[in-house]
Design a protein around this ligand. Structure first.
Ligand SMILES: Nc1ncnc2c1ncn2[C@@H]1O[C@H](COP(=O)(O)OP(=O)(O)OP(=O)(O)O)[C@@H](O)[C@H]1O
Ligand SMILES: [Mg+2]
Length: 409
């Protein structure tokens, strides 16, 4: 990253003006469109042209490069779901804009929270050691959710929260201003992920009617281009969540992302989250579909929303951590009960009464043929631990001790 003072012919007044307008490096200047720089009060058309040209010259951007020498610096970090990583080509990508759209409750905010944590993981654990700028237009950011996800990934919740720079947004021009500000966080605070959750909510509420469409799209265009430039300059990942509008096609209806062509063409990856097609709307199972990506096949996958973020199963696995401020079992929504399940529940009464054993664990135990407390007491802790993922020998011993205490009470 080169400082602005390395651009030939630039003076300190011009540097200050550029910085005030969110352009704080030579790279950012070189990638800015002439029209944006020229409209900065106090710069003017000729100066803008000269400065941009000099910045591009300084960075070697005025020559063609043999393709073999193209710097391929894309980095990936995990989304919390191996399946989602797979369809995204290896995880959430840096340097690009990723739009995730879907109906309400489809998991957009859940993904935003999950990757706010996973981006902070060290490389060997699937992260890129990055901080986060979180632009929250819907007031749905939850510190508690972040703490739980941090514990799932064995990170210190306090450290994780201190690396998420959050901005609660109240209007679309506030949103534009904070997007511009996010650039300086990339430079000074190691931000490698910018989240806008959601992109269109405020714009949609403020620009009502067909007459306001053109100005709305102009504002949107500036945001998307600004973010695109920041993503490239700082090799930063960007998640834009978006809402959908239902479109009727004769007898059929389909969900379309809002924001029109500017969003559709401005984002490198477009992923649709779906809630439909599953037996129960209360299910936490979701579907993700790659709608558009320059180099990815149009694949889809299933994932789950859990109390500890996006995952491949609805059994979130928490490491043994002391001082958990919640009960893992309470994170899961109750399944619809049916006749068959009620019969099993009769058998489960005893197991569920054991301290530390919740509904999910009962299911896991049942799957291993352990239906009653006596079965549990007779089980070999080592064998049971090996067959239930996430249950250490220590945990099984605790279950057995608690079961004994229950029997003796
Ligand atoms: N602690 C939790 N454990 C399990 N599921 C949860 C938990 N918290 C939220 N959920 C589920 O996550 C879903 C909400 O997902 P999310 O907030 O990510 O949706 P969204 O796509 O952002 O929706 P919107 O368009 O309304 O912003 C709900 O179905 C909710 O039941
Ligand atoms: Mg949301």
């Amino acid at each position: 990253m080169a400082d602005l003072d390395q651009v030939k012919g630039i003076n300190s007044r011009q540097i200050k003006l550029l910085q005030e307008n969110g352009i704080s490096t030579a790279e950012a200047l070189a990638m800015s469109p002439h029209s944006t720089v020229a409209t900065i009060d106090g710069l003017g058309d000729k100066t803008a042209k000269k400065l941009i040209w000099n910045a591009r010259n300084a960075l070697g951007m005025t020559d063609f490069t043999p393709a073999a020498k193209i710097d391929d610096n894309v980095e990936y970090f995990t989304t919390g779901s191996a399946e989602l990583n797979r369809i995204l080509g290896g995880g959430f990508q840096t340097g690009k804009l990723t739009e995730v759209y879907g109906p309400f409750k489809s998991g957009k905010t859940a993904l935003a929270h999950t990757i706010s944590v996973t981006v902070q993981l060290p490389e060997k654990k699937g992260g890129i050691n990055g901080a986060v700028a979180y632009v929250d237009t819907e007031n749905t950011f939850s510190k508690e959710k972040i703490k739980r996800i941090a514990k799932r990934f064995e990170l210190n919740p306090k450290d994780v929260l201190s690396k998420i720079f959050h901005a609660r947004i109240y209007s679309s021009d506030h949103q534009a201003q904070m997007i511009q500000k996010a650039e300086s966080l990339c430079k000074t605070r190691g931000v490698r992920l910018i989240i806008i959750d959601s992109l269109m909510a405020l714009l949609r509420a403020e620009y009502i009617g067909i007459g306001k469409l053109a100005p709305r799209q102009a504002v949107l265009n500036n945001m998307i281009h600004g973010l695109s430039r920041v993503a490239e300059t700082y090799n930063c990942a960007v998640l834009l969540t978006n809402q959908v509008a239902t479109r009727m096609m004769g007898m059929f209806s389909g969900d379309d992302a809002i924001g029109g062509n500017i969003v559709a063409h401005g984002c490198h990856f477009r992923v649709m989250f779906k809630t439909k097609g599953f037996s129960s709307n209360n299910s936490l199972k979701r579907r993700a579909v790659i709608v558009d990506a320059p180099d990815l096949p149009p694949e889809e996958c299933e994932f789950f929303i859990t109390g500890t973020g996006v995952a491949d199963t609805d059994k979130c696995e928490l490491p043994e951590a002391s001082g958990l401020d919640f009960k893992v079992e309470t994170l899961y929504e109750d399944d619809d009960t049916n006749q068959d399940q009620e019969v099993v529940e009769q058998e489960e009464v005893n197991l569920i009464q054991v301290k530390g054993i919740g509904k999910g664990t009962v299911e896991n135990l049942n799957a291993q043929g352990i239906m009653t407390v006596s079965d549990l007491l007779a089980a070999n802790p080592e064998e049971l631990s090996a067959s239930i993922s996430g249950a250490s020998v220590k945990t099984v011993n605790e279950w057995q001790n608690n079961a004994k205490a229950l029997m003796n009470s």
